[in-house]
Design a protein. Sequence first.
Length: 514
Amino acid sequence: MTRRFTVTTPIFYVNGAPHIGHAYTSIAADVLARFHRLNGVDVLFVSGTDEHGQKVAQTAEAKGMDAQSYADAVSQSFRQMQEDMAVSADLFVRTTSDAHKKAATALWERVAENGHIYLGAYEGWYSTRDEAFIGEDELVKKPDGSFVAPSGAPVERVKEPSYFFRLSDFEDRLLKLYEEQPDFIGPHGPKREIVSFVKQGLRDLSVSRTSFDWGVPVPGDPEHVMYVWFDALANYLTATGFPDEQAERAGHWPADLHIVGKEIARFHCVYWPAFLMAAGLPLPKRIFAHGWWTVEGEKMSKSLGNALDPKMLADEFGLDALRFFLMREVPFGGDSNFSRRSMITRTNVELANDLGNLCQRSLSQIARNLDGILPQIGARTEDDAAILAVAEALPGIVSEHMERLALNDALEEIWKLIRAANSYIDRQAPWALKKTDTERMADVLRVLVDIIRTIATLLQPFMPTTMALMLTQLGVEESERDLAALKSPLPAGRILPKPQGLFPRYVEAESKDA
């Protein structure tokens, strides 16, 4: 049976334009999806937009638009961002779609039929910006005596009829889940916070609103709309065709991995598994909450005007260079900082110098000295065998890191081979062998082609466009670009295209005042 892998991005809230943080989480999910496809896995990669809630309704009204038109426009901007970032999502779920409303309604009905929803009245604090209910013990008092949510968002006192979810009944079951499945939440920082939150005691959760109507109606009581997070979280089921158990994608639930930002970890790690338990549905296997991006050491914010447009960065530095930097700069999961200096350094040192020069030096010599014809596999020296052994072991090592979501560790292992290959070409000096031993020169160049092929194959998920060009220059057919194909050597005699540089050095534009 073909192995399945289901990965999801957060479902992006349509309260503003996408920025570098949205691109980061989308690209990380894309890298994992592409890597599993390289391994012959049946992948379902899901993204989408969360389009309901009071904040959306208020923002649309302020802009003089109806809520649906506003949601349409912002949702499209997220789809465009992912297209610009070469994100290969199989599905893009919108919570305003009929399919999603059907799934959310079915989830509500199952939870209600199992006795976990009751009608009452909610009185307490609500943050419209966060779309979250705030407990008295979570309020933060400002110097002027007013209160805000932990995020700093304003809160308002709300009193209205509401349906409640019996979240308090799931406290022990959630703690048992976290204990028995230690990898259910990652990384460790968000997990500690979630466990601590649950151990403090859970209160029943208000899961409907009556003060506005921009949402999915509660089954049997259309005066209420579902709480935006009950609605939004159901999108992961929508993607698999729920509630149709015979749907084409039904076998992709439970999801293998939800990737989310740490600011929405509570909704995914507490509310979502409790909703699923209440509905009698399987739980996702893992939820990974990554950190925030800062810009030149400062938190991104509308007031500072420093939110980075990923398309502008891709246009300036190159899309694959941007994708590489975002995955390479820090361990996946931690907080990250975008620095132009770091971006330029990695582009020039690791892409242009390390990888670009390795490929260009090797292929240009084949073009000049072997008429562009791929040489056959020749006699192997000890030096050849040692570096080829490293290359042969690399796919397995990288696969282990990818399973752990250690994306930058996977890249570091690939760069170890790139650095070793540059040392190898310097030691063997095929340009000198051209004058003394042309047969040995051909053997060395063939070793280099085989090493670079492994490198380019493994880098495809990170830099799909550039690595496709690199593999073409190596004479690798499209049918030979997955991990299984690495076990079969390229046939000698192929005519390689004229090599071209793939990673130009980035030169910072000089100041007009200089």
